[in-house]
Ligand binder design. Sequence first.
Ligand SMILES: *[C@@H]1O[C@H](CO)[C@@H](O)[C@H](O)[C@H]1NC(C)=O
Ligand SMILES: *[C@@H]1O[C@H](CO)[C@@H](O)[C@H](O)[C@H]1NC(C)=O
Ligand SMILES: *[C@@H]1O[C@H](CO)[C@@H](O)[C@H](O)[C@H]1NC(C)=O
Length: 157
Amino acid sequence: MRSLLLLALSIFTPGSCDLLRDSVHVTSAAARPNNELWCYKCHADVPDDKCADLRHNNSALIHKCNNDRRVCMVKRFSYTTSTENSTTALKMWALERNCTKHCEPGCIVIGERTKLYACTSCCTTSLCNYGSGGISHLLHGTLLLLSLMTLTNIIFS
Ligand SMILES: *[C@@H]1O[C@H](CO)[C@@H](O)[C@H](O)[C@H]1NC(C)=O
Ligand SMILES: *[C@@H]1O[C@H](CO)[C@@H](O)[C@H](O)[C@H]1NC(C)=O
Ligand SMILES: *[C@@H]1O[C@H](CO)[C@@H](O)[C@H](O)[C@H]1NC(C)=O
């Protein structure tokens, strides 16, 4: 099921399609000085993974960015489920930190009773991607919601 969700989200995740313009624009490598950026680079499946919780100063996760990858990012996948009376707290099911070339900050939210959140934050100074990739700027894609209704119904039925 996880891979299905990842597929569904990655289709609509900024950076993998031209649906949204990059708001952090990076000029060509030739016009820029050497890439001196370092970012945290790791993947977590559970909230208490050392990658998700960077408080413990984990130098093993520090990575030198190469070539045109001049933005540090955090991408967080999480979900809530709702009954008619209540909504659960946001639960994380995956988190990724990396160097990247294109980064579109914000969240994409899909689903009805079970809502999936794919939230990205971007920054351009070394080791700035230590945060939890919050969801302060929710971007409700009505079009995405409609087009994914069928898919999520299949996944969660
Ligand atoms: C970071 O990005 C590179 C290039 O896109 C990719 O190959 C790698 O799997 C990513 N690393 C993680 C931990 O997601
Ligand atoms: C991180 O670890 C290094 C080496 O162990 C240490 O010198 C540094 O003070 C630590 N930084 C923080 C913020 O804990
Ligand atoms: C929701 O609230 C209504 C009114 O208080 C109650 O009758 C119903 O059983 C509740 N439903 C659930 C799933 O808890």
